[in-house]
Ligand binder design. Sequence first.
Ligand SMILES: CC(C)(COP(=O)(O)OP(=O)(O)OC[C@H]1O[C@@H](n2cnc3c(N)ncnc32)[C@H](O)[C@@H]1OP(=O)(O)O)[C@@H](O)C(=O)NCCC(=O)NCCS
Length: 182
Amino acid sequence: MRTSTSPTIALPRKKNTVEIGFLANARRLRALVRVIQANTNTNYITHSEVIEHRAEHTRRWAHFRRSMLADDIRHAIRRQKRGEGGVLVATRGRAILGVAVLFYDLKHRYGIVEDIVVNTHHRGEGIGHRLMSAATDAMRDAGMENVVLESGIRNESAHDFFRRHGFREAAKMFLKRLDDRD
Ligand SMILES: CC(C)(COP(=O)(O)OP(=O)(O)OC[C@H]1O[C@@H](n2cnc3c(N)ncnc32)[C@H](O)[C@@H]1OP(=O)(O)O)[C@@H](O)C(=O)NCCC(=O)NCCS
């Protein structure tokens, strides 16, 4: 995979500039999990979170979400070695300000932005924009033709952000718990 626009970086780098790059290894795994966990409220929950048990339902995270996130990130870092995705991070010095977890389906040539999260204290500074641009650049470089993502139905500010980045709604997803009786 070409990484000219988003090179793999070894942390830490320059102190005051925000750098975007792929994580090379899982050394900062706990910090990354914290960034995702601390900066996503329940509006972030989608059907995938529920069916894969990261959330109990669409308004409550599961207690063990943290360990599942760690597994997801480990898998994504391994995917990078196979050219099937990776974990983009926005860093300033040693601080991780944002993260985007990517997956590429090489057979069908589409990418998924599985997670994209910016620290609440640094939103509106263009970090999300830079992460999304680096994600789509990397996907194009890897030969992907489409990029998809899913977003919780109540996560309206994120929906606006995606629309501003050229995403259009393509489907509505419905979810029903099977212990509910009609
Ligand atoms: C969606 C998200 C990644 C965007 O990251 P960001 O770094 O705030 O994005 P940017 O700064 O590039 O752009 C945010 C836009 O909102 C504006 N904005 C201004 N103040 C803002 C603030 N305090 N918070 C968020 N956005 C703000 C920005 O000017 C910008 O507008 P523009 O696109 O018209 O220029 C971030 O809000 C986030 O982490 N949300 C929670 C997690 C989430 O829901 N992720 C997506 C779910 S799949």
